[in-house]
Every structure is written in C-alpha cells, then in structure tokens.
Design a protein around this ligand. Structure first.
Ligand code: X2X
Length: 357
C-alpha cells in the first residue's frame, strides 16, 4: 500500500545524505591531498616527535579533512634548513615547525633569542615568548606572509666537544665548533676565540662522527637521540641561548581556510607545542614538565634525567657556576653592539621589559 509518510521520510534521508556527500566532496575539492611540512630534524628527536604530534592532532581535529605530512631532515629543502621560512612564505612549502634560528633569515627579530647569555632560564624564555617581544615577532612574521600558530621549543643549547672540558672562554681557543649558518653564531664563537664552522644539520652528525669538527652546540633533546656521547666526551651546560620552535603556515593558504578549520588547526598547534615543550624541558625543570607529560599526555619519558644519562654514558658534564658564566657574558658583549641593530632595538627593549630587567 502506498505509504506517503514512509516515502517522505525516505526521501528526506536521501536528500540529507546527498547534501552531506556534496559538502564532503566540496571540501575535498577545497583542500589539498597533502600539506607539506618542513621539519629540520628527524622523527626521533623531541622536535620531530612534536611535528608528528601536530600532524596527528590536525587529522583528528579536522575529522580527516586536513592531512599534514612532516618531511623530516629538511628533505623538502635538500638540507638547506635556513631557507625554510622563505619557502613557506612563497607557498612552495605549506607549513613548518622550525627553530627561530632557521627563521631568522626572513625574520631577523627572532635573533633576540640567540643573543649569547641574554636569556638563560625557562622563566625568562616564557616571559619573552609570551610577552611583548614574542608578539612583535609574530607580527613581523605576518608582515612577511607567514602565519604563526604556536610556540614550541628545541631548548637551551649546550656545548660538547672531544678535546677539553670548557669552563672559561680561554678553554675554547682554536676549538673547531660546528654551528648553523646563522652569522650571529659565527660572530659569537669567534668572539670566544673558537673556530666556528658553518654546516647544515644534515651534514653535522657525519661531521661529529668523522671528527671534522671538535665540537658543537645543541640542546640535550637533540644530543641524546644522536648519541653525542659516542663522539664527544665533554659537555658544558651553559644555557648560553635557546631556540624556541614556531609552528607556522603560509599565510595566503591559511587565510583561505574556513574559520572552523583554522580553529581546529590552531588548537592542534597549541597542543602539540605544549607537548613538545614539555619533552624538551623534561628533567631540566624539576618535575614540572615530567608531570605535564604524564597528566596531560599520558606520556612517560624514557630519559627522565638527561644530565645523569649523559654521565652514565661516560661524559664529563660541567654546569657553569655564576662566576664562570660572568666571564663568558663579558667575553661576548661586543656581539651585542652589532646584533641589537640587526634585531631591532625596539624588540631588544621589549624583551628586557618582558623579563623585568
Ligand atoms: O642545526 C641545528 O643545530 C638545529 C637542528 O638545532 C637547528 O635546526 C637549529
């Protein structure tokens, strides 16, 4: 028998299904199959784990509509890590999770984090990131067609080498130290009497293995996964500078996303940033970051005490005393004259005010 009610209901269901299909197809047409993400390091480093977390969270929060694929080891740049922000600004690469060191060629303001011995504890770090200086950096990025989404962290960079336990600037005389090709790093190490060699990260580990250089500077979150203790016996914990990471997107592409998608990606970036920052601080800030990882991410650190771990592998690890630090601060002061001009005196003043200095 003809049942009008039933037929009407079936028709409604069909119309709804068709509408949903159209919406999904329309979205599928709107979005790329894959959004390419530049990541300087490999997936085992905390930074790489943070990038993978971001990709996973984006997929989850956008219900599979946005697929971010991390390309580790600067694969999209053939290793040329300092080109990352230029390529994202152009839209050749969609997004990145990168160190402020690698962003500095496009955004010189990020070098505020790399002035030697300027900012050397987590508290100051957060005050600058989330204060007026950090805001100025994000604004500068927007002007250069980069959309910043969230902060993360590679960590305070520490000195290791195969020759001598460095406790004073004189100990660095003639040491060949691999640094990233950011000229501020060359200036700093020359000022300390060392012989800095600029090398991309992709070549650096082979450089340590082959002893092409005597030493390097990187955070423990990088040094432990690459097993630096196989090549370098001496570590100086001097927190001489940190590199925050920034998750960012090509601005044109970002602006074309629907608001809902922007909100979901932004949420994913904030969460991945918090996770990754806790990974890189774990065991270096009491139990604060270890607790964040456990309580919020149900994650237990394999290496809960990085310094003890490096010592257990036979390294001699020395943390500079306040007195020893003073000698390094004094020795690197001339670098400030040139670099405050490059960074912008306004950002320098903002960072000092953020830290209450
Ligand atoms: O090249 C480095 O030293 C690294 C991996 O730490 C950065 O990309 C800044």
């Amino acid at each position: 028998m003809f049942n009008f009610n039933k037929m009407f209901k079936t028709a409604l269901v069909l119309v709804a299904a068709a509408m949903m299909l159209t919406a999904v197809t329309a979205n599928a047409a709107k979005f790329k199959k894959e959004y390419k993400m530049q990541v300087t390091v490999g997936p085992k480093l905390y930074w790489g784990m943070g990038a993978a977390k971001f990709a996973e969270l984006v997929k989850e929060k956008t219900h599979g509509q946005i697929n971010v694929k991390p390309y580790f080891g600067s694969a999209l740049l053939k290793g040329a890590q300092l080109k990352s922000s230029q390529m994202v600004a152009k839209g050749v690469i969609d997004c990145a999770m990168d160190s402020t060191i690698n962003i500095s060629p496009v955004i010189p303001e990020t070098n505020i984090f790399h002035l030697p011995f300027f900012l050397n504890d987590f508290e100051s770090m957060d005050k600058v990131k989330y204060g007026e200086a950090g805001k100025a950096i994000f604004k500068a990025m927007e002007k250069k067609r980069l959309q910043p989404l969230a902060w993360a962290e590679n960590g305070f960079r520490q000195l290791t080498n195969s020759k001598v336990l460095v406790k004073k600037p004189e100990d660095m005389k003639g040491l060949r130290i691999r640094v990233v090709g950011n000229p501020l790093f060359i200036d700093t190490f020359r000022q300390l009497g060392a012989d800095p060699v600029n090398m991309n990260w992709g070549d650096a580990v082979a450089g340590f293995q082959q002893g092409v250089v005597d030493g390097q500077e990187n955070p423990v979150g990088v040094l432990i996964p690459i097993q630096i203790y196989q090549y370098h016996k001496y570590a100086t914990m001097w927190n001489y500078l940190a590199d925050p990471l920034i998750i960012y997107w090509n601005q044109r592409e970002w602006k074309a996303f629907p608001k809902e998608i922007q909100d979901q990606i932004m949420e994913a970036a904030q969460e991945a940033g918090r996770f990754e920052t806790a990974l890189s601080r774990a065991g270096l800030d009491g139990d604060k970051s270890l607790k964040i990882l456990k309580d919020e991410f149900n994650y237990t650190m394999e290496v809960p005490d990085p310094i003890a771990f490096m010592e257990s592998k036979g390294m001699e690890v020395h943390s500079l005393t306040p007195e020893e630090l003073k000698a390094f601060e004094q020795a690197t002061l001339p670098v400030y004259d040139k670099w405050i001009k490059e960074i912008g005196p306004d950002v320098y003043e903002k960072a000092k005010a953020d830290m209450g200095r």
